[in-house]
Ligand binder design. Sequence first.
Ligand code: ZN
Length: 199
Amino acid sequence: MILPIYTYGQPVLRERTIPIKEDSDELQGLIDDMIETMHNATGVGLAAPQVGRQERLFVIDLRGAAEEIAETNDGEIPFFAQEPLALINPEVIGIEEDAVMEFEEGCLSIPGIVEWVTRPERLRIRFKDRHFNEHELDADDILGRVFQHELDHLNGILFLDYLSPLKKRLLKRRLSDMANGAVEADYPLAPPGEMASAE
Ligand code: ZN
């Protein structure tokens, strides 16, 4: 089932999420729905708060970048780029502080806005997949980038928060319009209604 996506200004995007304790049919159904919703919106990642939920969970699909990822992995496509992946209770367990990379980021919850964001380039990450198998691996380049963006969603952080004060001023009008419900996308959005709060 395709779920409506919550957009900038809706409080659920600013709330912290709650660790997932155990597997359930409901959780598996939510994962399926989130993957379908991500595909419908042609996104590479989608976090639970973006569909109005508070589970510590996001899904990614890096198959579109599989060949690029393989180039830095001895020509082999790693498991995380072979199929859509659910990441449960994800965490960063190490950051190489002196290596950063700039990358253009967009967000399904902030349609139409793409900006350059600087983030750490190399991380060590840990998460459980949808079968509750634990993984610990080095995440650099594309995986590291998507992982950080989606993990931020689980902590109520949006990529806009990293922009310079000048950039934020330039976007202020568009964002306040968006928070007031002036937002369009070619995928279903959650109705703003009383959920919106100006930031
Ligand atoms: Zn996002």
